[in-house]
Design a protein around this ligand. Structure first.
Ligand SMILES: Nc1ncnc2c1ncn2[C@@H]1O[C@H](COP(=O)(O)OP(=O)(O)O)[C@@H](O)[C@H]1O
Ligand SMILES: [Mg+2]
Length: 732
């Protein structure tokens, strides 16, 4: 379970409750950020492969799951919820991720989607999703060639804070800059409050809340409530009944005391805003609106600091809870072939510069190049040129590891270009494409060997021996225009390549996918078993009630006693250890056994209610046709007598059949099998209709037309005539 229901269960099962999935995925156990996460996690972390995982009790056994697997379970739950809601299979998805996700985390989310059997069309950064939802409905955006409208989107949620400066024009948005503080959110405020009250209770009640996980958990829930009250009130009460050692803890806090407690966090409010504006290269005054989302932006001290900084009132026009999901949904609809949505281009910005590194070859001046600098547009493709006479390797790395969020390995991927053979008279030109795709994930594209076409031997041009510096803008990063180039014809040959990166190995993904499917199947079995157990319980109670009520007349004393005894036996069994925790088939078997006795009684009861209704319906059908066939009405004068007779006979037969059956039914006691069922009576009504309807609805032949040839001069009028005739026939 997830969300509210998981939160409710957590207090009795926190060793097996895992949160913060978005903060665990794509990291190693040794990551400095994981050390911080431990403050907020109650489950036991472990190492799974080379990533972080969690060790929990699964079906009574210690089991380790990687964060990627857990994320996949979470997506699977969302998938099932969405599928149940929309009554359609869910395949294509767009997943929103924190702006500060690196390649490893993005790849891990894509792997998780794959494990959950989903097809991620793209990932989208949280604030970009919000911006998309915001912009797509605006009809008054400046034209593309005009000065854009700049909006600052500030999102402070449960654990992190991000801000994007976004430029809007008609049909497009460009994220100019993004900044973040990934340890700034509601939970940090809660943490400060917990520390405060833990200290207070130590002196006030002589209890050590920190030593008792359950007490700590309940205090955390209480301070969150207090925090929310303080967003709207000057003072808030706190009370936790029997927090530990039978102590009922209570206290109160004033808003200014709260603000003093969280001062170290509040001090960091402006840094991301300053950073984003600096990166975007625009002034505060250029911002047209500051849009806030995320639960923690409801804290007055934060609101006033942000508002003071921009020197303007804040806007809250986005849906605080749904803005990101809505934007991601729109992005998904745009990419999916099934939906038609107004196009709105999103261009994002690269946060962490990526460089390519290679072994020095003769003639190389450099052995690395920053191809995607900070602020580089996403998506974007770069072409790198190399001069080589043999296979070579290229590595992608983050250029500034110190700036990465936590201890993320700066290594991104490796690319090997093969099948380059030494050539007489020098090296050959090889071009490699690298792409930052819509998800902000790096992929190597094709590698091509570029050779001079043989028919122009005179075009001797010095080879480019260097990958050209990445162009600041645009797509192509290579080839400073060589003077003779225009005259040169080239042949391009694709080269075989091998790429490796941080995505999970394909076989591991399919292994995880299988495990996930089998866990989902056993979850389903658990649910089904529970469902059949409930059904058995319900039926037992039902039998007892009904034997005294509705069913009483329809069962003889001996049968009723037998059924009652059987029901009691099952009831007793349900309370035994065996019956408490039996297999699905054991419940089904007992339920079927009871139904074998109970359902015939139920049928007699239901038939007794249904039979008069079905009888009335059949009688209505019979009399209807009889009346028509015997009416002598002109409407039916065209129907042959023999046919009318057929109708009358069918009706008479049905009437006789019904009379006979009802007569023998009357002779029967209520507690024996009925001789006639309502279903049979309904079937008979259908049979009668099948015989009579075709006969009685036979169309009447048209009255012979009196042809009045229209005068030649009045053709237009003549055309009206058949229409009038048709109308008249319809009225018939
Ligand atoms: N009225 C409020 N005052 C202060 N904090 C609030 C209020 N409402 C919600 N929060 C806090 O907002 C956080 C949840 O914000 P949300 O944007 O939903 O988180 P996320 O998107 O990071 O999961 C929680 O820490 C919650 O305590
Ligand atoms: Mg949020």
């Amino acid at each position: 379970m997830i969300g509210e229901s998981a939160k409710t269960q957590e207090t009795s099962n926190f060793r097996n409750t895992v949160g913060s999935l978005k903060r665990l995925i794509g990291r190693t156990l040794e990551d400095s950020d994981i050390e911080i996460e431990k403050k907020f996690l109650s489950a036991e972390l472990c190492k799974v492969g080379n990533t972080v995982g969690v060790s929990v009790d699964y079906l009574g056994e210690k089991t380790e799951f990687s964060a990627t697997q857990l994320y996949a379970m979470y997506l699977g739950k969302l998938r099932d919820t969405a599928a149940a809601e929309t009554k359609a299979a869910v395949n294509d998805v767009v997943i929103a991720v924190p702006v500060w996700y690196t390649e490893a985390q993005r790849r891990a989310v894509i792997d998780a989607a794959d494990i959950a059997g989903l097809n991620p069309l793209r990932l989208i950064n949280d604030t970009t999703a919000t911006a998309l939802g915001y912009g797509i409905t605006k009809t008054d955006l400046p034209a593309v060639e005009e000065k854009p409208r700049y909006i600052a989107f500030v999102d402070i949620g449960h654990s992190d804070y991000s801000v994007s400066i976004v430029a809007f024009n008609k049909g497009q948005l460009v994220v100019k800059a993004t900044a973040f503080d990934r340890h700034f959110g509601g939970r940090d405020l809660d943490y400060a409050l917990v520390q405060h009250f833990a200290d207070e209770f130590k002196t006030k009640y002589k209890i050590d809340v920190r030593s008792n996980p359950k007490a700590l958990f309940r205090l955390s829930a209480a301070v969150e409530k207090l925090k929310k009250i303080l967003s709207a009130n000057a003072v808030a009460p706190l009370s936790v009944e029997s927090i530990m050692n039978d102590v009922d803890a209570s206290s109160a806090l004033k808003r200014e005391e709260f603000e003093a407690l969280i001062a170290p966090v509040l001090e960091r409010t402006l840094a991301p805003l300053e950073e984003a504006l600096k990166l975007a290269g625009i002034e505060k005054e250029d911002i047209d609106a500051v849009e806030l989302i995320g639960g923690t932006t409801r804290v007055p001290a934060l609101k006033s600091r942000i508002s003071d900084y921009f020197g303007r009132p804040l806007s809250f026009t986005c849906n605080q809870e749904e803005a990101i999901a809505r934007g991601a949904t729109l992005a998904c609809a745009m990419l999916s072939p099934v939906f038609k949505v107004r196009d709105f281009t999103t261009t994002d910005t690269q946060l962490f510069p990526i460089k390519f590194v290679w072994d020095k070859a003769e003639g190389d001046e450099e052995t690395e190049l920053v191809a995607f600098a900070q602020g580089n547009a996403i998506p974007s493709t770069k072409v790198l040129s190399f001069s080589r006479n043999g296979p070579f390797e290229l590595e992608a790395r983050y250029a500034e590891p110190a700036g990465l969020p936590g201890s993320i390995n700066p290594w991104i991927g490796k690319f090997t270009v093969k099948n380059i053979t030494p050539k007489e008279g020098g090296k050959q030109l090889v071009k490699v494409k690298a792409k930052l795709d819509l998800s902000g994930v790096l992929t190597f594209g094709e590698a091509t060997l570029v050779e001079d076409a043989p028919e122009e031997p005179e075009a001797e041009v010095p080879m480019e021996t260097e990958p050209a510096p990445a162009a600041a803008e645009g797509e192509i990063a290579a080839e400073p225009a060589a003077p003779a180039k225009k005259a040169k014809k080239t042949i391009k040959t694709a080269l075989p390549t091998v790429a490796g990166g941080s995505a999970l190995d394909g076989s591991l993904v399919s292994d995880y996918r299988e495990k996930e499917a089998s866990m989902a199947a056993s979850d389903k079995l658990v649910l089904d078993t529970e469902d059949r157990k409930n059904a058995l319980e319900e039926y037992v109670y039902d039998i007892r009630d009904k034997l005294e009520g509705q069913w009483k007349k329809y069962v003889n004393g001996a049968d009723a006693d037998a059924l009652r005894a059987k029901a009691s036996e099952s009831e007793d069994w349900l309370y035994t250890e065996e019956g408490e925790d039996a297999t699905k088939s054991a419940y089904v078997e007992r339920l079927d056994g009871l139904k074998q006795l109970g359902e015939p009684i139920n049928l007699r009861f239901r038939e007794h209610e249904e039979r008069p209704k079905a009888t009335a319906a059949l009688r209505e059908v019979i009399t209807g046709f009889q009346e028509k066939a015997q009416s002598g009405d002109d409407k039916y004068s065209h129907i042959e007598e023999a046919k009318l007779q057929e109708v009358i006979e069918a009706c008479a037969n049905a009437e006789a059949w019904l009379g006979n059956k009802l007569y023998s039914q009357q002779e029967k006691a209520l507690d024996v099998k009925p001789v006639i069922t309502s279903a049979e009576i309904r079937k008979k009504a259908e049979e009668v209709s099948n015989v009579c309807i075709p006969i009685m609805t036979k169309p009447k032949p048209k009255a012979p037309k009196v042809e009045v040839p229209p005068p030649a001069a009045e053709e237009a009028k003549a055309e009206d005539a058949p229409m009038e005739e048709a109308k008249a026939e319809e009225l018939d």
